[in-house]
Write a protein that binds this ligand. Structure first.
Ligand code: PYC
Length: 404
């Protein structure tokens, strides 16, 4: 005996828009919702609104390929993403929501000497930060993924790989829904279909936001958007060193489970994992031009199919089911921009390029601390906007999933 559909409790609610909040978060993706949740849970701040111009999780949070890992290149990056993996490990229990976390291991293939060198470099940085990573040879790669063509006959033979056992996947929508439900239960207001049209700044300080449903007064605004993050920051008069590019992805028809690691090839610009439904999830690097378009292209489909077949020729008869695109806000050093801005009360959590989803929990935790305590916590201190003035960049291009 269960509940009929109409009796199911709502996971989160539509609320009346209040004329003022203690904080307004723009963007109802995993970053915005996680920030709201940790603001309430860790700092007791519940008079908080999360605004989304569409529906929650409809942007990058619903369009990524759900890969988690912390095998980055800089100590700052490794520490940061490792905290996220640790939060994901306990997220289902924390949110009381099954997020289908699967820590299945992550392989980044190397097809040339330069990649082998970068893998060795990443391994050493990872180990120094206490993160499990090692360079393995083609035989061990074959043992982990028997379907990979590890012969010497291919265009780009597999010379080895960076193996990162803590990496994996999680159900991305569940992460969004889990954070939304938990934030709502703490009293946070989630306002969907509420577009921000302006940010009010008086004498260098944020005083409110203009929306399609009216003005909201607030002393604290967080820009937690992706895709349009530079346009939202422009509303507060803060320029962002961000360029926006589409990234396309696709899934196949479902087949029996045969791939229980995440496989990435930077040289072939492709990553592959198998979802719990049995579909193969493929992604590529960003499209080679800046754009806000989320249309799919035949060029992408042909390219990805060809590259996947170079890696796993046995998949030749599989059919693609669907493809889609998301928008990636690229920064010059491939690290995010997090923390305060020259406008008092206006904070950013943007520039998430192709690595935003995996950072949702740690970003939420860190941005909540930043908003509540009015200063960035240590874990994000390297990612401030001011680094583009000081020149202290955090170069992560060598650890972005695929080439760009
Ligand atoms: O950074 O792991 C990653 C990633 C996967 C897909 C896009 N980026």
């Amino acid at each position: 005996h269960g509940l009929s559909r109409s009796e199911w409790p709502r996971a989160w609610h539509d609320r009346e828009l209040r004329p003022s909040y203690d904080a307004v978060i723009i963007g109802g993706g995993v970053h915005g919702l996680a920030t709201a949740y940790y603001l309430a849970k860790n700092h007791g701040m519940t008079n908080v609104a999360v605004l989304d111009r569409s529906y929650i999780g409809g942007g990058g949070s619903g369009r990524n390929t759900s890969i988690l890992r912390s095998n980055y290149l800089t100590p700052e990056g490794v520490r940061f993403y490792d905290r996220s993996v640790k939060l994901y490990e306990h997220l289902a229990a924390d949110l009381n929501f099954n997020v289908m976390f699967s820590q299945r291991g992550h392989l980044t293939l190397a097809h040339n000497d330069a990649s082998m060198r970068t893998m060795a470099w990443r391994t050493e940085v990872n180990k120094l930060q206490g993160v499990e990573s090692e360079v393995i040879g083609p035989d061990e790669v074959k043992e982990l993924v028997p379907y990979l063509d590890t012969s010497a006959e291919t265009r780009y033979p597999i010379l080895g790989a960076l193996y990162h056992p803590p990496g994996g996947v999680v159900r991305h929508d569940a992460v969004v829904w889990g954070y939304a439900r938990a934030a709502d239960a703490h009293g946070v207001h989630i306002h969907q279909k509420t577009e921000v049209t302006g940010i009010d700044v008086e004498r260098g300080r944020v005083t409110g936001v203009q929306t399609t449903r009216g003005r909201i007064a607030t002393p604290v605004v967080l820009n937690a958007t992706a895709g349009w993050s530079s346009l939202i920051s422009d509303m507060a008069g803060v320029a962002m060193p961000v360029q926006t590019f589409p990234l396309q992805a696709a899934v196949t028809e479902p087949v029996r489970p045969f791939l229980d690691t995440v496989v990435v090839s930077g040289t072939l610009h492709v990553y592959v994992s198998q979802s719990d439904r049995g579909e193969l999830v493929f992604g590529a690097s960003v499209d080679p031009f800046a754009s806000y378009s989320m249309r799919g292209s035949l060029e992408f489909t042909e390219g990805i199919a060809g590259h996947v077949l170079e890696l796993m020729p046995a998949l030749a008869k599989m059919r693609l089911l669907r493809q889609w695109a998301g928008l990636c806000d690229m920064t010059p050093d491939y690290s995010p921009i997090m923390g305060p801005t020259p406008v008092e009360g206006f904070y950013v959590d943007v520039g998430w390029g192709t690595y935003g989803f995996k950072a949702g929990p740690v970003s939420g935790e860190a941005m909540a601390a930043c908003l509540a305590e009015e200063k960035p916590p240590e874990i994000i201190s390297a990612f401030g906007l001011d680094r583009f003035l000081s020149g202290r960049l955090v170069g992560e291009k060598g650890a972005a999933a695929v080439g760009h």
